[in-house]
Design a protein around this ligand. Structure first.
Ligand SMILES: [Zn+2]
Length: 341
């Protein structure tokens, strides 16, 4: 069993009302991170370990429960308001049931909320990780002051978390915001994990653009990317950016395709929700103006109104997942509601 392998005080202990605590957990495909926060939202302790990609659901959540106990340490259980858990999964929110998890293939068809809350004897809120990260941006990051915003991870995949009137919107079952799988070109293009060809993600996410690059190389197009990476299989978005900086035509073509479809995706989101604050997170955002500049131009090409629309970079990247998972509990506590958003 994996155990907490890092524990440290992030902020100085503050003498707020210290008799209530919240635990936030961010499960990623490669790393699981934990945080203990006081009721002012101050992160007091954090820990992380590698996510076990081969674990059964029971083993996976037994490990999480053991690490929560260790992180809580001397904090009495009755002082913990609840545990917020963000997972990269399709989740039936009402039931706290994980339908499937793209990067942790065995974590599927599992009543995770029931299992973990019984194991810990604590209230648990289970939600999608992008939605949790969106909440963190709304409360602590680039979304402060916007009561309507969309947090959009642009990374291995693309998706969006909707915050409306300061609250997360989950939809009927729990996967509102999976807009990366909206269909752009029906039946045409690379097949995506969603089971369709031609969704937006299939044209412009980090992993999909690499798939396109490999297809172009196989079809005979010239590039320095394979040589730079040490083989076609090793090409990734970091190599793509480095090759682009060196003027590689295929890297330019790939980035043009990505920003084209991202710009159209954002325009479609804007006309769907009329939300004027887009906060972009995820690894590809590190490309900065190379990404933001062209996608903004495409967006402006289709958008004919003069109202301000903001494209911002996420600010909570380091502990965003954990802070957001804790915000699931804070939001529920503040509203004192058990209804579905
Ligand atoms: Zn898809």
């Amino acid at each position: 069993m994996l155990l907490v392998n890092r524990e440290k005080t992030i902020f100085r202990y503050k003498m707020f009302n210290m008799d209530r605590f919240v635990i936030g957990i961010d499960v990623g495909g490669t790393k699981t991170a934990y945080g203990l926060l006081n009721d002012e939202g101050v992160l007091l302790r954090s820990a992380s370990h590698a996510s076990d990609g081969e674990a059964s659901p029971e083993t996976f959540f037994d490990c999480i429960a053991a690490n929560v106990e260790k992180l809580a340490g001397d904090v009495p259980k009755e002082s913990i308001t609840g545990v917020g858990l963000g997972m990269p999964s399709f989740i039936l929110y009402d039931e706290g049931y994980i339908v499937k998890t793209s990067n942790l293939v065995k974590i599927r068809n599992f009543p995770a909320l029931k299992y973990l809350s019984e194991k810990l004897s604590l209230p648990v809120i289970l939600d999608n990780d992008a939605r949790a990260a969106g909440l963190a941006e709304h409360r602590h990051g680039a979304g402060r002051g916007f009561d309507k915003m969309l947090y959009c991870p642009v990374s291995t995949g693309i998706s969006s978390a909707l915050i409306i009137q300061g609250k997360p919107f989950r939809g009927s079952y729990g996967w509102a915001g999976e807009t990366g799988h909206m269909i752009a070109t029906p039946g045409e293009g690379v097949e995506c994990g969603c089971g369709n060809r031609g969704c937006f993600m299939s044209w412009c996410s980090g992993s999909m653009i690499v798939k396109h690059i490999k297809q172009w190389i196989t079809a005979g197009e010239k590039t320095i990317m394979a040589e730079m990476a040490g083989g076609i299989e090793k090409i990734d978005s970091i190599i793509l950016e480095a090759a682009y900086d060196r003027g590689d035509p295929l890297a330019e073509k790939a980035l043009k395709q990505m920003t084209h479809w991202l710009g159209i995706w954002f325009y479609n989101l804007y006309v769907s929700f009329n939300v004027n604050c887009f906060i972009l997170g995820g690894g590809l955002v590190n490309m900065g103006e190379k990404l933001f500049g062209p996608l903004r131009r495409i967006f402006d090409e289709y958008n004919h109104d003069e109202k301000p629309v903001y494209f911002k970079t996420a600010e909570c990247s380091q502990h965003g997942g954990v802070l957001g998972a804790a915000e699931l509990i804070f939001t529920e506590s503040r509203e004192n509601l058990n209804d579905v958003w």
